[in-house]
Ligand binder design. Structure first.
Ligand SMILES: [Zn+2]
Length: 161
């Protein structure tokens, strides 16, 4: 009986550790899935300047903006991007605006109202996709009307490059 308190807190501690491990495994699984889905190629390839040789993960909803760890474990929130474009996304206002227009960068309020898999992503092959573990190709018409639904009239339909 005297030992109950200790036993309980020990059990809680183990539970915390196992949840931590599980979420790290889920994040790793999501990242591997994203590299496979996107062909390990920068999402921005041939659309905005040149890429460098690295490939990294672009978080569509920026961390440090209240982005939850759950976002890191959901491939719908992740894209592959080269290091140069990943850096430009936060450093260059024009490129950041383009990222938002193409669905590569998503303001923090969007996932409170929409499933991330409903926010279209424009890819280097000239098509819009809805992304999760898989990509589902969608028409320009559907993608543009969805973006207008999300962003309102401030959204300007982009020209294909
Ligand atoms: Zn790039």
């Amino acid at each position: 009986m005297g030992n109950n308190g200790f036993g309980d807190s020990f059990a809680d501690c183990e539970k915390t550790v196992s949840i931590g491990k599980k979420s790290r495994a889920q994040v790793e699984k999501a990242r591997q899935g994203v590299y496979q889905r996107d062909g390990g190629v920068c999402i921005s390839r041939a659309l905005y300047g040149v890429c460098d040789d690295s490939v990294t993960i672009q978080h569509r909803v920026g961390r440090g903006m209240g982005g939850s760890a759950l976002f890191d474990a959901d491939p719908g929130f992740l894209l592959t991007m080269c290091g140069r474009h990943n850096m430009l996304e936060t450093a260059n206002a024009d490129y950041h605006a383009l990222c938002q227009q193409f669905g590569w960068s998503v303001p923090r309020w969007v996932p409170d109202r929409w499933a991330i898999s409903e926010v279209p992503v424009f890819y280097w092959d000239g098509w819009h996709y809805l992304v999760g573990f898989d990509r589902i190709k969608t028409s320009d018409k559907v993608a543009n009307s969805r973006m207008k639904e999300i962003y309102g009239n401030q959204y300007e339909q982009h020209d294909k490059y």
